[in-house]
Ligand binder design. Structure first.
Ligand code: NAP
Length: 284
């Protein structure tokens, strides 16, 4: 009889993490669904009940920025499940605002979660996968890790850092039987746009020299909300990648993401940057 595969998902209380957890469970995985606050378990419990997969989930508390706790959390999962086949590094958030209005502490906080948190989680997992001689690490970055996004300089920096680190990691771990893949979504309808966005304090300051441009950008983001896609597509892609014996490094997803990467490749950069500044309303 085929052994049940075990997956861990970080940030499974909402959005892509929640949907990926349910999708993995629907595809026969036992999923360790982790979240930084177990009081936020309501949505995932409801979604899993509805899909008929609640018994395939093991809900655990895990904050990826509590670096020292991560090896112990991984040990506890191994004691409970025996092995880990897939790690989905999904947890993240975004800090928005002009780079000029953002403090170094806001930038650090962004990197602390989106870069160091994901790195720490992966490092906690590597000894397990090395011993197993197998395992798949899927890291949710973003199109912002391929093309710098205005008003999201800290977020882009965190995702570029994660992309570079993961490229290196993939080369280092291939001969150990460990696979590393990046998922790079465009704009999808999740909590990252509202509940989990942190607006740089300086951007909210009425004396900010960027006040009007920030307001125009905020208006643009509001209006473009209707174009955000269904995050279930990202969850389904992650499950397909998890099932591949020989996955690629990068999986770009979403028409907007593909368009940006294509334009960056073919358009002269000076034209491209003017086009983007106009599109997001920060330049007239
Ligand atoms: N949606 C998009 O358009 C989009 C596009 C490109 C990339 N992404 C990436 O997709 C990933 C998932 O985001 P999402 O869009 O699904 O947004 P989301 O609905 O806001 O989900 C983010 C999840 O990360 C969790 N989280 C944040 N900080 C954490 C920490 N320190 N430890 C553990 N969990 C933490 C959140 O937990 P709480 O519930 O406790 O806040 C939440 O469960 C992120 O890495 C994001 O950068 C999203």
């Amino acid at each position: 009889m085929a052994r049940e595969k075990v997956a861990i998902v970080t940030g499974s209380s909402s959005g892509i993490g929640l949907l990926t957890t349910v999708e993995l469970a629907l595809n026969g995985y036992c999923v360790v669904a982790t979240m930084r606050n177990l009081e936020s378990r309501g949505r995932i419990e409801e979604a899993a009940q509805k899909a008929g997969v609640r018994d395939r989930l093991d809900l655990r508390r895990l904050d990826i920025t509590e670096f020292d706790s991560l090896p112990g959390a991984v040990d506890a999962i191994i004691r409970g499940h025996g092995r880990i086949d897939v790690l989905v590094n999904n947890a993240g958030f975004s800090v928005a605002g002009f780079a000029e209005d953002m403090t170094l502490n806001e930038l650090r906080r962004q990197l602390e979660t989106n870069f160091f948190g994901n790195v720490a989680m992966t490092k906690a997992m590597l000894p397990v996968m090395r011993a197993q001689k197998s395992g798949h690490i899927i890291i949710v970055t973003s199109v912002a890790g391929r093309v710098g996004q205005p008003m999201l300089s800290a977020y882009s920096a965190s995702k570029y850092a994660l992309e570079g680190w993961s490229e290196s990691l993939r080369i280092e771990t291939h001969s150990l039987g460990i696979r590393v893949s990046l998922v790079e979504p465009g704009a999808y309808d999740t909590d990252i746009w509202e509940r989990n966005v942190v607006i740089a304090k300086g951007a909210l300051d009425p004396s900010s020299p960027n006040k009007e441009r920030s307001q125009r950008f905020a208006e643009f983001v509001k209006k473009s909300a209707k174009h955000r896609r269904d995050a279930r597509d990202v969850a389904k892609l992650i499950v397909r990648i998890a099932q591949k014996p020989n996955p690629k490094l990068r999986y770009l997803i979403g028409g907007d993401a593909k368009l940006q990467v294509w334009l960056k490749r073919i358009a002269p950069w000076r034209k491209y940057e003017r086009m983007i500044a106009k599109a997001v309303k920060i330049d007239e």
